[in-house]
Design a binder for this molecule. Structure first.
Ligand code: S3P
Length: 452
């Protein structure tokens, strides 16, 4: 446990470049491992979750080396020596995936195609996260899966640890009951091993990094509106080099802070600007934020759009975030709630029930913390989901807060504390290493505090 004292800040100014996007990084390791030959991945984020993916594939027999270049530990290049679609080997003992849900759910998709048994074990927080959303479609493809089963009232759910025995898959057409990029990706990865077409139909579009990266690796994949079709049983071709653009989820803490502090101007360089991830920018602009994309670039080694962003102090007004916008900013909802607490009038977050099953229950963690700081927060039913209504206040008040062991709650509350009046104490910020080990040092480099 590492607590943190946050003092109100005066200004934020300067330039930052962020490490690679966590979602894209997981996928880059996975596809490099199951394609043939060497792939060099640049701007790989050495955070806890991504390192679990690296370790899991090492355990499955893949050689992965790290080279630290001039910018030292900040910008490692990672080399993956892929062994092809059928090259993973049966591990001698269970594979530990830490608390990384993306590692677990996506690896299940890959192991679905391999005819051996693997037990996947996790850290404590992932033990509480639902797996049925991914076990159900994989079982319907012919995979054997055993998970820890629990009945909660009328609802049955599966939790880790998960044991999977794959091989001999059949094609399915799957209409997604939850908007989840992890589930979609698991099915598409399993589809690589199917003789024939696997179809996934999304009711609400989620992040499309898997589809983009499958194209980069020359998979037979087609997209027609909300349907993705993948034809399997074909080896992937490594693009040899992958560049991972800066993580827009990590950037969101800086974007909101620059927006809500009275004197701020920052430049964020080489940022991933995939439209399926930039909901935070769209919504903040709608709220009146001064955000400008100053240049855009499309690198062949990434097939992900990226660019530079300039953000300045703004005065925000409330808005309504609709259910179909939620997947494009799902991980940014906690920090967007901090922005809402500083906006004029109400901001309504519709259809955000999925926040209950993230690293912690983020509806609870954010509403409890923001209320302690003086914000007006209501949680209401919204059909079969939930909505959060936040009424902005002039100034938040510094106080004692809890991170609930969740990286995004912790970083959101650091931002809230910097914009508040009075001191804030956050009980535990070591969880930030899950996605953004450099967060506090990069923040410190941009902060200007009032003279004492
Ligand atoms: C992710 C998808 C999202 C997101 C998570 C990363 C991914 O989860 O919250 O942090 O990389 O596919 P869901 O698929 O559960 O929405």
């Amino acid at each position: 446990m590492k607590s943190l004292r946050v003092e109100p800040a005066l200004r934020l100014e300067g330039e930052i470049t962020l490490l690679g996007d966590k979602s894209i990084a997981h996928r880059s390791i996975i596809l490099s491992a199951i394609s043939k030959g060497k792939t060099v991945i640049r701007n790989f984020p050495a955070n806890k979750d991504c390192i679990y993916t690296v370790k899991a594939f090492r355990k499955l027999g893949i050689r992965i080396t790290q080279k630290f270049k001039t910018q030292a530990a900040r910008c490692p290049a990672i080399t993956v020596f892929g062994k092809g679609l059928y090259g993973l080997k049966k591990p001698k003992s269970p594979v530990f995936v830490g608390d990384s849900a993306t590692t677990l759910r996506l690896i299940l998709g890959v192991l679905a195609g391999r005819a051996f048994r693997v037990k996947l074990i996790t850290g404590r927080s992932l033990l509480q996260r639902p797996m049925r959303r991914v076990t159900i479609p994989l079982i319907s493809m012919g995979v054997e899966i055993k998970a820890r089963h629990k009945n909660q009232g009328l609802k049955a759910e599966d939790y880790p640890p998960v044991t999977i025995s794959g091989g001999n898959l059949k094609p399915i057409t799957y209409r997604m009951p939850v908007a989840s990029a992890q589930v979609k990706s698991a099915i598409l990865l399993a589809g690589l091993y199917v003789k024939g077409n696997t179809k996934v139909i999304e009711q609400i579009k989620t992040r499309d990094h898997t589809e983009r990266m499958l194209k980069l690796f020359k998979a037979d994949i087609k997209l027609v509106e909300n349907t993705i079709v993948i034809k399997g049983n074909k080896e992937l071709a490594s693009p040899k080099r992958i560049y991972i653009p800066g993580d827009v989820s990590s950037a969101s803490f800086f974007i909101v802070l620059a927006t809500i502090l009275p004197k701020a101007k920052i430049l964020i360089k080489n940022l991933g600007l995939n439209p399926s991830r930039t909901g935070i920018i769209k919504v903040l602009k709608r709220m009146g934020a001064k955000i400008r994309v100053s240049s855009t670039e499309h690198r062949a080694s990434s097939i992900e759009p990226m660019g530079d962003l300039i953000v300045r102090s703004s005065s925000l007004k409330g808005t309504v975030i609709r259910k179909n916008e939620v997947p494009s900013l799902i991980d940014e909802l906690p920090i967007l709630m901090v922005a809402a607490s500083q906006a004029k009038a109400k901001t309504i977050f519709e259809g955000v029930g999925e926040l209950r099953v993230k690293e912690t229950d983020r509806i609870r963690s954010m509403s409890e913390n923001l209320k302690k700081m003086g914000a007006i927060v209501k949680v209401l039913k919204d059909g079969n989901s939930e909505k959060v209504v936040i009424e902005g206040v002039k100034k938040l008040k510094g106080c004692r807060l809890q991170s609930f062991g969740d990286h995004r709650t912790a970083m959101s509350m650091v931002v809230a504390g910097l914009a508040a009046e009075g001191k804030t104490l956050i009980d535990d910020v070591s969880c930030i290493n899950k996605s953004f080990p450099d967060f506090l040092s990069q923040l410190e480099a941009l902060m200007i505090y009032p003279p004492r």
